[in-house]
Design a protein around this ligand. Structure first.
Ligand code: GUN
Length: 282
């Protein structure tokens, strides 16, 4: 059996087209949704992500600006800049690209962002709102994954869902969203014993470990839906997921490719959150 490929790029384009009416309605009221991205330090992968985010906004006629600071920036200076952006009515979304350099306390920085502008959904009050089932902003990557599962008409009620990775950015919010949709959810981490025993039970398997090709076809239940959140640069320079695509596609029912799977969905959900932030100001 060869798995259906879940085309994140195509789905992201469809969602973008469907956003046009909302963007136009805001423009008629002289509102252009605006995102400010803050990048501290010179991590090359972060620079690529940030550029992709900003380009997507610009192409749709939305405002985006990228503020790049040296790794030596003090926490106080960064938090003061965030406070200025909190008070700037032309800025609807503020995104601080993670990871931050080690001398900055990421929690403290994120908690300086106004929750109404926290389009990443990482602020502690937004994380709490998601946990209690009343999210203001859903973190973009898990939000995009849910849209992919929806477009594939995956029945989540009663399904066994296994999430590998327990980060605040992906794993934890992903598990909450799957649980809310009625799945029975297991969260695995790097210390999980007999990982394959868990993954082989999964009707829906979401992999966000940051370790290239660690999930192989023999660890997948035949017919399962496999969502690969990983983006790893191989020694050959090519992008690889956390799932070994060549063996996994022979077993899975459907699978996301890397690139062209979850990545484009993350960016489009950032658009959705920023447009929503602007609409809330009407
Ligand atoms: N680093 C990796 N993914 C993300 C994300 O979705 N948002 C931010 N701010 N940083 C990230």
């Amino acid at each position: 059996m060869t798995a259906r490929i879940i085309d994140g790029k195509k789905l992201a384009e469809t969602i973008k087209l469907n956003l046009a009416d909302r963007i136009n309605a805001l423009k008629e009221k002289d509102i252009i949704p605006g995102l400010t991205v803050i990048l501290v330090g010179d991590d090359p992968a972060s620079q690529v992500y940030v550029r992709n985010k900003a380009n997507t906004f610009t192409k749709l006629g939305l405002n985006s600006s990228v503020e790049q600071y040296p790794a030596s920036l003090s926490e106080e200076a960064l938090c003061n800049r965030i406070r200025e952006l909190n008070n700037d009515p032309s800025v609807h979304g503020i995104l601080v690209q993670l990871p931050l350099p080690a001398n900055l306390d990421a929690n403290k920085v994120i908690e300086t962002i106004s929750p109404e502008k926290d389009v990443d959904g990482f602020h502690i009050s937004n994380a709490g709102a998601l946990m209690t089932g009343r999210p203001l902003f859903i973190p973009c990557t898990p939000y995009g994954v849910m849209k992919m599962l929806e477009s594939e008409k995956v029945e989540l009620r009663g399904a066994e869902a296994v999430v590998i990775g327990a980060s605040n950015i992906v794993g934890k919010p992903m598990a909450l969203l799957l649980q809310k949709a009625g799945a029975t959810v297991t969260i695995c981490n790097s210390k999980t014993k007999d990982l394959a025993a868990h993954t082989r039970r999964a009707d829906v398997l979401v992999v966000a470990t940051g370790r290239a090709e660690m999930i192989t076809g023999d660890m997948i239940k035949p017919g399962a839906i496999v969502i690969d959140v990983g983006i790893n640069r191989g020694s050959d320079g090519k992008l690889k997921g956390d799932v070994e695509f060549s063996s996994a596609k022979e077993v899975a029912g459907a699978i996301t490719p890397v690139p062209g799977g979850v990545g484009p969905m993350t960016i489009v959900m950032l658009l959705v959150n920023t447009i929503e932030a602007a609409e809330r100001k009407l």
